[in-house]
Design a protein around this ligand. Sequence first.
Ligand SMILES: [Zn+2]
Length: 363
Amino acid sequence: MAAAKRVPRSTNSETEAIADLGWPDWIDPAATSRLREAILGGRIGHSYLLSGPKGVGKAAAARAFAQALCCTSEERKDRSDPCGRCRACRNVLRGVHPDVETFSLDTQEMLADKPGRGSNLTIETVRRLRSSGALFPMESDRRILIIDDAETLLEPAQQALLKTLEEPPQGVTLMLLTDEPEILLETVRSRCQEVALRPIPQVMVAQALQRRGVAESLAIEVAMLSRGCPGWAIAAAADKKLLQARRDERDSAVRWIASPRYERLVTAFTLGDQFGKRRAEVVGVLQAAIQLLRDEMIVAAQAAGEAGENEPQSVGVTPPAVLFSRAIGATLQCLSDLNSNVRPRLALEAMVVTWPNSEMRDR
Ligand SMILES: [Zn+2]
């Protein structure tokens, strides 16, 4: 069991609130293995793209990777395993190691002349990264430059970054972190080794919380709301506001799905018209809706199994599990449409008409 301690939040990234020694035991093990094997095999790439939903552990993975490359302990298991305790490991964690630099909306705001947090990483930030990449490492063999919020790079900034990706400086590894890899230019993506961090099962999220001393009942509730993102869960277990916001999203999704068809449409139109102002909230409610529909689908499939309905359905009768599956597909499509140029009102309308009529169970 890894020891854990809390450090003050230095950035907006949810995973920054957690400090594990070495590799976090709560991130997608396949992603951890890939990064560790690269170090062990001496095949450290020039550029990685760590992708996955917010709070899945991208920043924690990048931090552990950087620690492994900078760690000076003689006593670690192997080169891919940072000790977490030496001066270098602690400095990486605190964001003060001279060979590890993070570029994000937060660091950009700290360095900006004007107050206010922008919503895009600027070309100046990319220039700063390029200058940083030209430096020689001071304490380790390599410089690790982490670009968080990479999806906020506008095209000119991505073009500037592309020059660095095309002619990577010796001894530099770039790590782009993003929850929306599809937004990046294909030329940028194709020059990075993509390591996707997948959400982990709810039961594993709950276990990670309990290992950190979170009471069982809270751990189970937070895990249920986590969408498989342990970084979010660990932060939310200690942050009532974060947790309440997600409870509210879930309650809104339950009310919306449980309402009669006409009311569902009215809600879809209202949210569609207000989408510009309430984007994050609407996306959150849709993600909660997907989770609820999945739960309903599992219940329906189990009920069908118990009733022995394994033979083909008679014509004209669609089993409930299939209806839920369609509704999930339509809701995922709506999320994708809201990211492209489809009018929000139309996207939401097309989604709600596929939702089956069901009494949402009180959970
Ligand atoms: Zn160390």
